[in-house]
Design a protein around this ligand. Structure first.
Ligand code: C2E
Ligand code: MG
Ligand code: MG
Ligand code: MG
Length: 291
């Protein structure tokens, strides 16, 4: 690291911290410009039936298409956007893009009951959210059960009655609620009884440890996944495993009763034009097989 001394020889700034501050400021200004200049777009990753590998729906994942830096994943963006509150605007842009593109995908033959799962930040849970969702669904003529609202523990943590009311309204309206990154937080299980949950998404760290960690840890995590799966089914929830990368993981998860899988084994997140051409090609293939 560069060494920078103060006037009287004392180290005033830690250059590493200075770099971090600069980088953060740059991300913040990129986000501001990006919102105004429409750099944000949703990419789509299939969520497949673990038995057949057929996509039942897609998760919308935020990307920022920076004209100079290229496509940026949410990693560095989300935390800055959360701190500044800009995540609410970004979230709404991604939601709108996801709905518009779900409408396009739905027009393909046989795709009229596919769904989109959208990630929501705690800051999006304001009282106007249910009406906004209803408005968008109405605009695109999409049935509410074809929108999955993905939330993490961060949304539920403070047991805020206002957030509970909003979630109940959304659920009552007919949208599905998915608990994302399940099992990594503090009280995942208790959220299942206190909030209206339809889908449990088992965090990719569990999936990875199935085949990465030999012996005790691997086999204990296997028991945890089996347990989560059994409890979820008892509570009438469907279970999705995240981050499935190998056929071996898929086979194990299938034996454990997992319903759906998402991961690079099936597909990376794709931009909408790629997704549409992949789906169209697949359908042509199916038609030629049938004839
Ligand atoms: P998430 O919702 O748990 O999304 C799954 C993440 O796992 C995605 O990362 C996806 O690209 C990645 N992934 C999928 N399959 C595999 C796999 O087989 N192996 C590995 N290693 N990774 C896989 P991504 O797109 O970078 O998103 C990261 C996180 O950022 C998301 O985690 C979500 O928490 C957040 N995020 C993404 N889009 C949005 C958004 O529109 N709004 C909000 N509030 N958060 C978002
Ligand atoms: Mg998610
Ligand atoms: Mg997740
Ligand atoms: Mg995650």
């Amino acid at each position: 690291a560069r060494k920078r001394d103060g006037k009287n020889g004392a180290q005033l700034y830690d250059p590493a911290i200075l770099d971090q501050t600069r980088e953060r400021a740059e991300i913040e200004s990129d986000i501001e410009v990006g919102i105004a200049a429409s750099w944000f777009e949703a990419h789509f990753q299939p969520i497949v039936d673990i038995e057949t590998g057929v996509a039942s729906g897609f998760e919308a994942l935020m990307r920022m298409r920076h004209p100079r830096k290229g496509l940026m994943a949410p990693g560095s963006i989300i935390s800055v956007a959360e701190e500044t509150g800009m995540i609410a605007q970004i979230g709404n842009l991604i939601l709108e893009d996801a709905m518009a593109n779900l409408a396009r995908v739905s027009r393909l033959p046989g795709m009229d009951d596919t769904y989109v799962a959208v990630n929501f930040s705690p800051l999006q849970f304001e009282p106007g959210l249910p009406a906004r969702l209803a408005g968008l669904l109405g605009h695109y003529g999409i049935q509410p059960q074809r929108l999955v609202v993905e939330i993490t523990e961060a949304v539920l943590m403070h047991d805020n009655p206002e957030i509970r009311t909003i979630l109940n309204e959304i659920h009552h309206f007919g949208c599905l609620i998915a608990l994302d990154d399940f099992g990594t937080g503090y009280s995942s299980l208790s959220y299942m009884s206190r909030f209206p949950v339809d889908i449990v998404k088992i965090d990719q760290s569990f999936v990875r440890s199935l085949t990465d960690k030999a012996g005790d840890v691997g086999s204990k995590n296997k028991m945890l996944i089996e347990g989560i799966s059994a409890i979820s089914h008892k509570m009438n929830c469907k279970v999705v495993a995240e981050g499935v990368e190998t056929e071996e993981q898929r086979m194990l998860l299938r034996q454990m009763g997992i319903d759906y899988a998402q991961g690079y084994l099936f597909s990376k997140p794709r931009e909408i034009s790629e997704l549409l051409s992949a789906l169209t090609a697949r359908q042509a293939e199916l038609r030629s097989m049938a004839s």
